[in-house]
Ligand binder design. Structure first.
Ligand SMILES: *Cc1c(COP(=O)(O)O)cnc(C)c1O
Length: 386
C-alpha cells in the first residue's frame, strides 16, 4: 500500500463525519447503546467496536489502522507509552518458568522489565551480543519462548541480522519481538523479515513534536486480540483520544520530518567522523561502522540519532563540550523537532565512580529539524573549547 495514501487517507471514514478531514476526537470514556441486544453485541466485540475507551475508541482506531498498514501487519494496539507497549507484548508471550533471549544494551526499561520485574514472576532472561545471530541459537534453553531484538539500539546502534534471528526463532518455535523505534516504519519493516511483534515508542519519530508520550505494538490479529483481552485491558496503559489525535497529527508529516532529520544527520556524521576531537562516531550508515553492510541491507537510511566518544582525558571536558552547545538542548528522549544531547557522564560525577556500561566520554546526539550548517557550526565551536 502506498505510504502517502496510508498516512493521509486510510481509515478516515470521512463520509461519516460531514467530510471532516481530520477524524473527530471522541473525548468520551463511555458509549451508550439502545437495547440489551446491542449491549450484548458491543460487550462481546470490544476489540473492534467502541464500548469503553480503555479498550476501543474511534479516534484511536484510525491510528491503529494506519500504523498496522505502515508496518505491514494485520493490526496494532496503541498504548500510553513505548514502555507500556513493550511490557504488554513481552508479558503476553511469557509465563512463570519461561526463558527469554534478549539483545544486549536494549532500552533501559526493557532491560528492567526482563532482568528485574519479570524475574519476580519466575521468568529468566539471557542477554546476548546480537551482532552474531548464532548467539541467539546458542542461548536457547528448553523453556525459551521469546527472542527480543532492538535493531539498532539507541546508544551505540549495534544491529541484529533480523532475517537470521527470525529463522532461528521459527526453527525452534520461538516468538520474536523487535523494538523498531530508531528506524520508524519508514526506514525498516521488520514484519517483512518475519518478526511476530513490532514495538514503537510513538513518543519519538511518530509524534515528532515532543508533546506526546505514546507506544505501539503491531502484529497478527490473533496476537493483538490475545494482548487486548489480557495485558491491554488489565494493565490499562491505553492512550487518551486527545493524545491519539496528536499522534495522528504528527504522523501526517512523519515522512518529511524523518527524512529531513536523517539527511541532516548524514551531514553531521560526516563532519564528526573526521574531527580530531572525536575518538569514535557511532552511526549505522557511517563509513567506519562495523555493521555498515547489514545496515544498508535491512535499513533504508540511518536515523537522526548518533553518538560520539570525545577524545578527552577527564569529565570536565565532557561538561565543557556539552555546556558550550547553544542550539542542542540537553535532554533525554529524541525524535522531535529539536536537536538534543545526552551525555553518559551525567550518570556519575567522575571517572572513579563511573559504573555505567557505556563509556563515560560518550555523548548521544539527536539531530532535529534545524539547518545542518547551524548545527555543525555549533558543534564546531563547542569542540574547539575542549
Ligand atoms: C524511548 C524509547 C522507549 C520507551 O518509550 P516511551 O514512550 O518513553 O515509554 C523504548 N524503546 C526505545 C528504543 C526508545 O527510544
Amino acid at each position: 500500500m502506498d505510504i502517502s495514501f496510508i498516512i493521509n487517507h486510510l481509515g478516515e471514514d470521512r463520509d461519516k463525519h460531514d467530510g471532516s478531514v481530520n477524524p473527530p476526537i471522541y473525548q468520551t470514556s463511555n458509549f451508550a447503546v439502545k437495547s440489551v441486544d446491542e449491549f450484548r453485541n458491543r460487550i462481546q466485540h470490544e476489540f473492534e467496536s467502541p464500548f469503553y475507551t480503555r479498550g476501543h475508541n474511534p479516534t484511536v482506531a484510525v491510528l491503529r489502522k494506519k500504523i498496522a498498514a505502515l508496518e505491514g501487519t494485520e493490526d496494532a494496539l496503541i498504548f500510553s507509552s513505548g514502555s507500556g507497549a513493550i511490557a504488554a507484548a513481552v508479558m503476553n508471550v511469557v509465563k512463570e518458568g519461561d526463558h527469554v533471549v534478549c539483545v544486549e544494551k536494549p532500552y533501559g526499561w526493557t532491560n528492567f522489565l526482563l532482568n528485574t520485574l519479570l524475574v519476580q514472576y519466575g521468568v529468566t532472561t539471557t542477554m546476548v551480543d546480537g551482532r552474531d545471530a548464532e548467539n541467539y541459537r546458542k542461548a536457547i534453553q528448553p523453556n525459551t519462548k521469546l527472542f527480543f531484538m532492538e535493531s539498532p539500539n539507541t546508544m551505540t546502534f549495534e544491529l541484529q541480522d533480523i532475517a537470521a534471528v527470525c529463522k532461528i526463532a521459527k526453527e525452534n518455535n520461538i516468538v520474536t519481538i523487535l523494538d523498531n523505534s530508531y528506524c520508524s516504519p519508514l526506514f525498516q519493516q521488520p514484519a517483512a523479515y518475519g518478526v511476530d511483534m513490532i514495538c514503537h515508542s510513538a513518543t519519538k519519530y511518530i509524534s515528532g513534536h515532543s508533546d506526546v508520550v505514546g507506544g505501539i505494538v503491531c502484529g497478527s490479529t490473533e496476537r493483538m486480540k490475545s494482548i487486548f483481552k489480557s495485558e491491554f485491558m488489565c494493565l490499562g496503559a491505553n492512550i487518551s483520544p486527545h493524545d491519539a489525535a496528536m499522534l495522528l497529527k504528527g504522523l501526517r508529516t512523519m515522512p518529511i520530518r524523518v527524512e529531513q532529520s536523517a539527511r541532516t544527520a548524514a551531514k553531521v556524521a560526516f563532519y564528526l567522523e573526521y574531527h580530531n576531537k572525536v575518538k569514535k562516531l557511532h552511526w549505522p550508515f557511517s563509513n567506519a561502522f562495523p555493521q555498515k553492510e547489514l545496515a544498508k541491507r535491512q535499513m533504508k537510511s540511518g536515523g537522526g540519532l548518533m553518538s560520539i566518544e570525545l577524545d578527552v582525558e577527564d569529565y570536565n571536558q565532557v561538561d565543557t563540550f556539552c555546556n558550550s552547545l547553544r542550539y542542542f538542548l540537553m535532554a533525554t528522549s529524541w525524535g522531535g523537532f529539536e536537536s538534543l544531547i545526552f551525555p553518559i557522564a551525567a550518570f556519575s560525577k567522575d571517572k572513579a565512580s563511573h559504573t555505567h556500561h557505556l563509556p563515560w566520554n560518550l555523548v548521544r546526539l539527536y539531530i532535529g529539524l534545524e539547518e545542518p550548517e547551524l548545527l555543525i557550526r555549533d558543534l564546531d565551536q563547542a569542540l574547539e573549547k575542549i
